[in-house]
Design a protein around this ligand. Structure first.
Ligand SMILES: [Zn+2]
Length: 216
């Protein structure tokens, strides 16, 4: 997505996840970027003709991880143990971290800690060749869709935290257009394939309604 967002946001929180150049997934990513440039987001998120749904979701999930990584990277200095002692999205939503395997009992921690856990966990999933095969002909696992849904559900929380707790910093950095474009793309994508439950989206319900009503 660097073509849209310029070089100012080059700071990343975690290393960027690269899709190898020359692979089919790389072509899909290029296709996604080209159609996004056309301005019609509802259409841009649709599964391209003849493509595999799992692969389309995989490529876009990697891309959203990279976008969120970059967006959060620009505000990490404002998201600290003292500014954000709990991982929240407004006064009504608080998240406790558990990944379901290493950490089963949810732990209450600061937002920077939570987001570090979250992004590291996502990174581990994306790097797992059995979940996200990068080689041609290697099939996606049967549980791929449910893994992708969990990843996207968790990535949403980083947007929600940034919008609720750090939008003033985003404005000061003049990153709001970048954030809004990225979030809108994310939401249209998860809506197209029903990837996140409505109740999980509740912390940004009003914003989502607003984005949907303009419908572009
Ligand atoms: Zn924070």
């Amino acid at each position: 997505m660097s073509f849209l967002f310029g070089s100012r946001s080059s700071k990343t929180f975690k290393p960027k996840k690269n899709i190898p150049e020359g692979s089919h997934q790389y072509e899909l990513l290029k296709h996604a970027e080209a159609t996004l440039g056309s301005g019609n987001l509802r259409q841009a998120v649709m599964l391209p003709d003849g493509e595999d749904l799992n692969e389309w979701i995989a490529v876009n999930t990697v891309d959203f991880f990279n976008q969120i990584n970059m967006l959060y990277g620009t505000i990490t200095e404002f998201c600290t143990e003292s500014s954000c002692p709990v991982m929240s999205a407004g006064p009504r939503y608080e998240y406790h971290w558990a990944d379901g395997t290493n950490i089963k009992k949810p732990i209450k921690c600061s937002a920077p800690k939570y987001i570090d856990y979250l992004m590291t966990w996502v990174q581990d999933q994306l790097d797992d060749e059995t979940l996200f095969p990068s080689k041609i002909g290697v099939p996606f696992p049967k549980n791929f869709m449910s893994v992708a849904k969990t990843i996207l559900k968790r990535l949403f929380r980083v947007y929600a935290h940034i919008y609720h707790q750090h939008f003033d910093s985003v404005m000061r950095l003049q990153e709001e257009a970048h954030l809004n474009t990225s979030f809108k793309h994310f939401i249209f994508f998860v809506q197209e394939f029903s990837l996140i439950d409505r109740r999980e989206l509740a912390p940004l319900h009003e914003l989502i309604e607003k984005l949907g009503s303009k419908d572009r």
